[in-house]
Design a protein around this ligand. Structure first.
Ligand SMILES: NC(=O)c1ccc[n+]([C@@H]2O[C@H](COP(=O)([O-])OP(=O)(O)OC[C@H]3O[C@@H](n4cnc5c(N)ncnc54)[C@H](O)[C@@H]3O)[C@@H](O)[C@H]2O)c1
Length: 277
């Protein structure tokens, strides 16, 4: 028996990266999954987002673990689309227990140089998208009457500031504010609401040429190793970044009965970086 045997988790941004890892780990622990990803580009985002093939690979990986998955192409900026996917998923899988609001985008520029499109798209996806995810999915947890858990993906930049990433930083601070209010509002219904706050994670969000150039402005054609040289000293533990599964394990803990009296927590998974940054 897994820790989530025959429960159902709804995960946004599940096409790749951390979202895919969360889907696989929930499946390994016995859960079925409802998954969405935008599977197309947002013009103001400077690196490629996931594709339909990426989401198909997540489906394959979950099914290979013997669990069911309802996966749809949907944008967290579209509340009606999310609501439809949750309805379809719950109709097929029978219940909803866990919501993981993971979808997000990143970018970088000095605050006063950001365009209105860059600002709005970031807030729309990273902040409003998390609220949409909750608005679309939490009612299905409440209808089950068994309680449940919401885990939102913020960032270590939800607690801290760094130059050239104001829109992302604002959005991730905003997620923590939403988490705190929802934790109070949903607590009486035994729905716990927590955040994970990752440091750098080895996913396509930071493993791309555009991000390497932002982190390593003085190096011509920087790569992974150059990023590692910059980010290693940002952590207390001797790693340049963490792996998606490290975030998944924190998400699963927060979603599990082991965390039954933990709600309203911003949980750093940051190799100690917050201590010294
Ligand atoms: N990678 C890092 O270093 C890092 C650090 C801290 C926090 N985070 C956060 O972790 C979360 C997961 O990111 P990741 O590292 O897996 O990056 P990623 O880019 O690999 O995955 C993000 C996924 O979200 C999807 N997505 C983007 N916009 C969407 C939208 N509007 N609707 C639906 N899906 C959308 C993308 O297509 C992609 O599959 C994000 O919220 C991110 O901000 C990442």
């Amino acid at each position: 028996m897994g820790r989530f045997q025959d429960k159902v988790a709804f995960i946004t941004g599940a096409g790749r990266g951390q979202g895919r890892s969360h889907a696989v780990r929930f499946a390994e622990e016995g859960a079925d999954v409802i998954a969405v990803d935008i599977c197309e580009q947002i013009d103001s985002i400077p690196y490629p987002l996931a594709t339909v093939d990426d989401l198909a690979e997540t489906v394959r990986l979950v099914e290979a673990r013997g669990r069911r998955i309802v996966a749809r192409k949907a944008d967290v900026r579209d509340l009606a689309a999310l609501t439809r996917v949750v309805e379809e998923g719950v109709a097929e899988l029978g219940r909803l227990d866990v919501v993981v609001a993971n979808a997000g985008v990143a970018g970088g520029a000095p605050a006063l140089d950001l365009t209105s499109d860059e600002w709005r798209d970031m807030i729309d996806v990273n902040q409003t998208g998390v609220w949409h995810t909750c608005k679309a999915a939490v009612p299905a947890i409440l209808e089950g009457g068994r309680g449940g858990a919401v885990i939102m993906t913020s960032s270590e930049l939800g607690l801290r500031a760094s130059p050239n990433i104001a829109h992302y930083t604002a959005s991730k601070h905003g997620v923590i504010g939403l988490m705190r209010v929802l934790a109070i509002e949903l607590g009486p219904s035994s729905v716990r609401v927590n955040c994970v706050l990752p440091t750098e994670v080895d996913t396509p969000m930071i493993m791309n040429e555009q991000t390497w150039e932002v982190f390593c402005p003085d190096i011509e054609s920087p790569g992974r190793d150059d990023l590692a040289a910059v980010t290693l000293p940002l952590h207390v533990l001797p790693v340049p970044w963490v792996e998606p599964v490290d975030i998944s394990n924190a998400v699963l803990f927060l979603a599990s009965d082991e965390a039954r009296y933990i709600t309203g927590l911003p949980l750093l998974v940051d190799a100690g970086g917050y201590l010294i940054r």
